[in-house]
Design a protein around this ligand. Sequence first.
Ligand code: EPZ
Length: 430
Amino acid sequence: MEQYAIKGGNPLVGDVEIGGAKNAALPILAASAMTDETVYIDNVPDVRDINVMLEALQNIGVAVKHSDRHKVILNAGNIHSLVAENEAIKKIRASYYLMGALLGKYKSAEVALPGGCDIGCRAIDQHIKGFRALGARVVIEHGLIKAKAERLTGSHIYMDVVSVGATINIMMAAALADGLTIIENSAKEPHVVDVANFLNSMGANIKGAGTDVIRIKGVNRLHGSEYTIIPDQIEAGTFMFAAAVTKGDVTVKNIIPKHLESITAKLLEIGCEVKEAEDCIRVVSSKPLRHTHVKTLPYPGFPTDMQPQITVALALSTGTSIVTESIFENRFKYVDELTRMGASIKVEGNTAIIDGVGRYTGASISAPDLRAGAALVIAALSAEGFTLVDDIRYIERGYEDFHLKLQNLGAHIELVETEKDFQKFKLRVG
Ligand code: EPZ
């Protein structure tokens, strides 16, 4: 099993190219199955969750071809199954996007109940509520969500919680329903807007994405399209915090600065310099980090997917900080690992009370989930001595070439498989 071997202490310096947004690409790939015509998608990140989605699409008969590492050509003209239930698909949360896509186009879908990172109870009641409002019968049987309808009819749907997944799923199904659907209290994340833009590029009629009311006028059919996925705001934010924590100077390139405003604001608050240009942001960390408070919120609030990364920075700052997680209740599992590296953090319910310490020290740790895994790597990059990070398969779900991009910024990080490899790494960089 591969692990990351890390020697901390080098400030990260240089430029890093940010890839396409995983959480936009997942629904966009699923939505490609909503037309019989060919769809060309660019800026698709080469990460595990995406490859699982592509495999699931192939399993139901979608022709999938890579014209290069990040360009995918899909044709769903010969779909032979409306049931997605292979072992891999059960492991990703985004499997639920096949529901909205297949139900919209074929008025029938059966998809394995979603898995994904273990960060708390991940309900799907809002997805089901939306499909039912459009006229589908939905049941859960034998580990599958099954939805069927003679026809889908537009509806006025008020979301009880702000949900990225439910907003996108209902939007997809409603794109091919009869009449007008209005989703109120919808999620406003950049990837919701990106999926709406993609569907519109296929001939859908969706207005208001990015606000909390989305209006979808159903159309009869969707056609082929060429589309480029937006940059990944969380990958960018992760490297920005890596600069902050390692006292570095990093420019994240190929990004949309507007999507990163809440992250930029917190970096300024804790004492970093942040310089924005049209499609890049430079973060310079030359002073001691200051404490602050942060609460995760739906966009444009501070993202839950950046909560572990900011906690890693605050645990090194002067003073006491409070981090409140308001989206997922189980997203502080990494705190035990960070404590092994010297952090002083007390978790009470959905709040972490952090007493800043002067430094981290290397240890053997495990990545409990995708974002926490990336955050622990950042901690290790600033730590004194060596760290071995286990369970890096979680990190590979959502970060392309993570260790290579970090190496390019001057980090001592390598993939190792055995204790002997780790010892060799230590001798080499020691
Ligand atoms: C998406 O998950 C992302 N995943 C998550 O990213 C991200 O953390 C999350 O949005 C919030 O931004 C993908 O896009 C694949 P939600 P999703 O539905 O859609 C509750 C990462 O690291 N809820 O917006 O599952 C839910 O329990 C991952 O890349 C219901 O109650 O999140 C949560 O408290 C991890 N009923 C809140 O809403 C529902 O039917 C927000 O969840 C749906 C959600």
